[in-house]
Design a binder for this molecule. Structure first.
Ligand code: NG1
Ligand code: MG
Length: 540
């Protein structure tokens, strides 16, 4: 269940708590100012996240390892019907939503009929879309749960977020999950199941124009202070807490901003929705290949509607299906790892070394070629994969490289987890362990750059400088194409990494033709410790 807590600053790390108390006080004061002198009834909170390893594989339904950061979104809410019952039968509800940063994010009031869906225009970039996405998800949930009794309530809302927007730290998941949670709570649904909230936020965020996976929402809702979160998407969404060894040389994760804004929604050749389509098309070609080669007598499975990925087919599902089918048939294929319990690492290596080169003889494929491999016409491919949800355009789809990234990145996640599980013994000194973990992060960056094409020269540069100053592992985090980087750094090297980045990157950087302010430079690099997930704070 999502915790309901009493003392806000306790959810922050000690050294942040004081500053946060000031911020909460400012939020309460501002609420009175914008909402006619009233105080909020409660505050819902969700944090941003940094992804440690496992990039662009969540929508292929492979596991990832993010952690919540302390920057967050607070959604303060007053429900006029909270104490005095609102007269019934008005037939419509009104929400007034304001932002603490009212200059950038202007206030909006909207009224809808009680039985209406919440329209969201994904084509316009209104900040309130993210609140509406959470609202819509929560209403759908409440309507299903209690169709008869459910009646939308008027709400007065003030949002205060500290996760930098379009910065790769998932400000979007923070606001969507906090909004959905706020709406549930405002309608009397106080025992919110974390998995339910995560699922509704994933679906909701897709409504805003991005075919997102589920990593951000899971990390934002389900993280616990002090641990990273291992998130699995299959056979169903589940999480477990992961601790890092706390021995000398103690390591921390640093986050460094590039100040390059990533706009994931632009469906140009380098952007997010196109990658989702490419991975899905790669899954389709792979499925065909595996069935033609290994199970020619079997009926070809219907690839649509098979799983929880954004386009209902994923590389993860195809991978698992292959091994399941093999074991059903008791087949012994040459070169296929054998044994009672072939581990996931061996299976992934087999795919990377043996399957992918054969399944994808070409690097890139046109629509026509993919349609021919799958034995359908191009219109079918368009309707079901390329123009489904959000239309993308590309001359060629780089299926081989995208699939290679997905499988090698998944392998790295498994190896990372394996290293953490085995921890430090006589053979593995802490330093060696950190080097190995860091190496996997560095490999991830190379794969994101070369095979997935989601890095930028700025991100590569930041990683290079950080490594030169003592980072064990440096990589982009989140979708890429700008945004943030994450670094595994021994505590003793934190200052060195910070100062090399200041000297070599931030000092010469121009954002909108302006040098960074002292404040921007200070906040550009932070040490991040795993923070806690979504929480509700009743105020009375
Ligand atoms: P960011 O950069 O935080 O928006 C996006 C996706 C994730 C995941 C990563 C890449 C959304 C909301 N989130 O994260 O699901 O796919 O990219 O690993 O689209
Ligand atoms: Mg996001």
């Amino acid at each position: 269940m999502v915790p309901i807590a009493k003392t806000p600053p306790d959810i922050y790390h000690e050294d942040e708590a004081r500053g946060e108390l000031t911020r909460w006080t400012a939020l309460l004061k501002e609420f009175k100012k914008v909402h006619g002198g009233h105080s909020p009834d409660f505050i819902a909170r969700s944090p941003g996240r940094v992804n440690i390893i496992g990039e662009h594989i969540d929508y292929s339904l492979f596991p990832v390892l993010p952690m919540a950061i302390h920057a967050d979104t607070l959604v303060a809410v007053r429900v006029p019907a909270w104490k005095e019952k609102k007269p019934k039968g008005e037939g419509e509800f009104t929400i007034t939503i304001a932002n603490f940063d009212s200059e950038k994010f202007p206030q909006e009031t909207f009224t809808f009929p009680n039985d209406s869906d919440i329209p969201i225009d994904a084509a316009t970039h209104a900040w309130t879309n993210y609140f509406k996405a959470g609202l819509r998800g929560a209403y759908e949930f409440l309507r299903k749960k209690s169709w008869k009794e459910f009646e939308p309530r008027d709400m007065e809302v003030l949002v205060y977020g500290t996760v930098p927007p379009a910065g790769g730290l998932s400000s979007s998941a923070a606001i969507v999950t906090a909004s959905a949670l706020a709406v549930l709570y405002a309608h009397g649904h106080t025992d919110v199941n974390k998995i339910d909230l995560t699922r509704m936020a994933i679906e909701s965020e897709r409504a805003v124009g991005v075919n997102s996976g589920g990593m951000d929402q899971a990390a934002s809702v389900m993280s616990k202070m002090g641990s990273a979160l291992y998130v699995e998407f299959a056979p169903s969404l589940s999480v477990s807490q992961v601790k890092f060894p706390d021995k000398y040389p103690r390591c921390v994760f640093m986050i460094a901003q590039s100040f390059v804004k990533a706009d994931k929604k632009v469906s140009g050749p380098f952007h997010y929705n196109l990658r989702v389509v490419e991975c899905t098309l790669a899954a389709l070609v792979l499925l065909r290949f595996l069935y033609n080669k290994h199970f020619p007598e079997e009926p070809f499975p219907d690839p649509l509607g098979q799983d929880d990925s954004p386009l209902n087919l994923s590389l993860g599902t195809v991978f698992r299906k292959f091994w399941a089918q093999l074991s059903i048939q008791g087949k012994n294929l040459e070169d296929v790892p054998q044994g009672e319990r072939v581990n996931e690492i061996a299976r992934l290596e087999y795919f990377i070394d043996k399957v992918l080169p054969e399944a994808f003889p070409n690097q890139a494929y046109s629509k026509e070629e993919i349609a021919a491999i799958h034995g359908v016409d191009v219109a079918y491919l368009d309707d079901n994969y390329i123009k489904k949800r959000f239309s993308v355009t590309a001359e060629k789809f780089r299926l081989r490289d995208r699939a290679k990234h997905v499988f090698t990145e998944t392998l790295r996640v498994h190896e990372f987890m394996e290293l953490l599980k085995n921890g430090i013994d006589e053979k593995t000194t802490p330093d060696k362990l950190n080097l190995q973990l860091g190496d996997l992060m560095n490999q991830s960056q190379i794969s994101c750059r070369d095979d997935f094409d989601c890095s930028t020269p700025d991100l590569d540069l930041i990683c290079m400088h950080a490594r030169n100053a003592g980072s064990y592992g440096s990589r982009l985090t989140g979708a890429g194409w700008g945004g943030a980087t994450v670094h595994l750094v021994p505590e003793t090297k934190v200052d060195a990494v910070r100062s090399i980045l200041e000297d070599q990157y931030y000092k010469n950087l121009r954002v909108d033709n302006k040098a960074l302010t002292a404040e921007q430079t200070r906040d550009a690099v932070i040490v991040s410790r795993p923070g806690s997930g979504s929480t509700v704070f009743p105020l009375d």
